[in-house]
Structure formats: C-alpha cells, structure tokens
Design a protein around this ligand. Structure first.
Ligand code: SAH
Length: 357
C-alpha cells in the first residue's frame, strides 16, 4: 500500500489547521503555535518547531510536511528594485517585485498566473489566464522575499498589483490576507499598509471594504469609449458609469483615500481634455490619483508620453484640487515595472541585468 500523501501545512487555513490539531487529540492552543512557526518564524521544517515536544514533532512529521515554494530566480535592477520569479509546484511561475523607496520597502504581489482580462497596454493579459493562485502561493511570495532581506530590514507595504486581477480570485486573496494580517498567529502586517488594485470589478468593491485594506482602481480612461478601447473586457463586464457609482458608494475609512490609477498613453488618453474630463469624473470622491507613465514592452502598441506631457497632465489635475502622483517607473531594466510582468528579462533585457538565485 502506498503511504498517504503528507499534508502540506502551508496549504491549511486556520480552521483546517485546527481540525488537524483536534484529530491528533492535541489542545487547541497548538493550532496557534504551529501557525506562528510557519508565518512568524518562517520555519521550513517541522523539526524546527521547538515549542512542541520531540514526540509531538515526530507525530506531526508522520503525516505532514512544510513545503514552501522553491527558491525563486532573482533579478536585480540597477535602481535597487528586485524581481523574483517564483516557480510553482505544477511548473508554472509568477513574479513579484520588491521596490525600495527611501525608508520604505514595497512588495508588489501576484494573485493569478496570467490574467483573464485583455487590457491592451498590459503584457500579463497577453498570456491569458493559466490559473488562480492558492492562498499559500500568494503568501509565499511575501515570506520568500522577507527571508531574503538583510537582518533588521522588513517589507513595509504590500500592493496587490502584480500579475492578475486580485478580485477575480477573491476567496484565495481573502484567505491570504487573513494569514498576512493576523497579529496573533499570522505575519502581522498592518492592514493600512496593504493595497489591492482592481481593473474595475465594481460588484466586488463592497467585499473589499470588509477586508479593511486600501483599494486602488485602475481607471485608465476619461470616457466610456476610451475605456472600451483600452480595457474592452473589463468595460463590457463593468461599464465606466457602474464603476464610478460603485466608487462613490465605497465606504472610505476616516483618514484614508481611494486611489485611482491612470496609465498614461501617448496620444490615447493624455490630452488636456482627458485631464479635465478625469477631474470631473472623480469630483466628490475622496481620492488620490496615481499617474503611471506607460512602460513599454516588446511589440507594445502604445508609447509613453514625453515628460512635459506627463507634467502638464499632473498640473491640470492638481489645479483642480487633487493629490496627484506620478509613479516612478522602477525596475524597468528587469521588466519589473507595472504592466511588464510576464516576459522574462533573460531574453529581452539589456546587459546591465544581474541574475542570481
Ligand atoms: N489587474 C489589476 C492589478 C494589476 S495591474 C489592475 O488592473 O489594477 C497594476 C497597474 O498597472 C494597473 O493600474 C494597470 O493599469 C497598470 N499597468 C498595466 N500595464 C501597464 C503598462 N504597460 N505601463 C504602465 N502601467 C501599466
């Protein structure tokens, strides 16, 4: 008889871990202890759970393992940004990006392998959707990056803006967020330092509000017709007026903002009229605007506007009273910037690239 496949402890949420602990006849506080070893101490081996007796570790080891993702391939950008290619068990891979900025260290995390959406300016969409990530595969990107930091350094913000559409994988995302934010047994990440970015699943915004994290909406257009051209599938599912209505209804917590992202595409959506229309669309919503100058990729149909055009767009919105930031295009040499995840730099990047494992 072949022995049963051991349970991989990282795949279990709190309830399933509690069920395993109960089945072993252990007291319930053991659940918390085991989870702390996984998420707070990041042990990779049951033998390392030193608050459990040797006998209990042996018992657990008979039926369970800790199987984290393999060590990722690592790409180092000249600007300090690091991109990780995380190999999954089934041979697929996803990317995450670590972006240092002053005292802050932001990780951009993926939620799907590829994407169902077909936004013309994003390379991930061209891959199609391979599959949703499981909660533990989402969390592993963060644990892995944290493992590789120098002692004393830590990730300060998480943005779910990597590969995929977070709200199209809501249940696994929500499970991952529980593990990341629980301060008792989880990673203990502050919710206000986490942002989920959506291409516009308006009916899901209400569910995001319940998660307590920040929301960013990728608007990217100043008219319905433009959004239809740039993000056809998204705009068909959730037309611009519905999305804006959902944003207006969104319960923004005190001292927080909704963020609108707007990818700037030369000659497409970067005119003075666009800026004025955008300011009208967002009127009355407590928000910040992040302008993201287009990051080019091989065979991309769009161009990045020249710097003066970007500055002019920003100025108009500022004059209308908005907080407007231009996102620095970090990690472009390793194809780690927005919209570039999905093409491997090994084939396409310039010689400055350094790759390590
Ligand atoms: N699907 C989610 C998260 C992934 S995209 C969303 O759409 O929000 C993260 C951000 O990168 C989005 O705001 C998107 O509009 C932007 N983006 C995509 N491709 C880009 C590119 N080539 N250059 C600049 N920004 C891009």
């Amino acid at each position: 008889m072949t022995p049963p496949t051991p349970t991989n402890l990282v795949t279990l949420d709190f309830e399933h871990m509690a069920a395993l602990v109960a089945r072993l006849g252990w007291p319930s506080y053991r659940t918390r202890q085991i989870l702390q070893w996984i998420y707070q101490h990041r042990v990779r081996d049951i033998a390392g759970m030193s608050s459990l007796s040797l006998k209990d570790r042996e018992t657990l080891g008979h039926e369970a393992v800790i199987e984290r993702l393999e060590s990722p391939t690592h790409f180092q950008s000249v600007d300090g940004t690091q991109k990780f290619l995380h190999s999954l068990k089934d041979g697929l891979a996803v990317e995450s990006v670590l972006i240092p900025d002053g005292g802050r260290l932001t990780q951009c995390v993926s939620t799907q392998v590829g994407c169902t959406l077909d936004c013309g300016f994003c390379v991930t969409g061209q891959m199609g959707l391979k599959r949703n990530l499981k909660a533990h595969e989402i969390v592993d990107q963060i644990l892995t990056a944290q493992d590789r930091l120098q002692p004393g350094h830590r990730i300060t913000s998480l943005v779910f803006m990597g590969m995929g559409e977070p709200l199209a994988n809501f249940d696994e995302l929500s499970d991952a967020l529980t593990r990341l934010t629980n301060t008792d047994w989880g990673v203990g990440f502050p919710k206000r330092r986490i942002t989920i970015s959506t291409a516009g699943f308006s009916q899901r915004l209400h569910d995001v509000a319940g998660l307590g994290v920040n929301l960013a909406v990728s608007l990217n257009a100043s008219t319905a017709e433009q959004r239809d051209r740039l993000m056809p599938m998204m705009n068909r599912l959730h037309p611009l007026p519905d999305l804006l209505a959902a944003c207006r209804a969104y319960p923004i917590p005190a001292n927080r903002y909704l963020t609108f992202e707007y990818v700037l595409l030369s000659g497409e959506n970067d005119s003075t009229d666009d800026a004025v229309r955008l300011s009208r669309l967002l009127r009355g919503i407590r928000c910040k605007i992040n302008l993201i100058p287009f990051n080019e990729f091989p065979n991309s149909p769009f161009r990045r506007p020249a710097d003066p055009a970007i500055a002019a767009f920003q100025t108009i919105l500022r004059q209308k009273g908005y907080d407007v930031f231009v996102r620095q295009n970090r990690g472009r040499d390793v194809l780690g910037a927005c919209g570039q995840l999905g093409i491997l730099p090994a084939r396409t990047a310039p010689a400055t690239l350094s790759i390590g494992t």
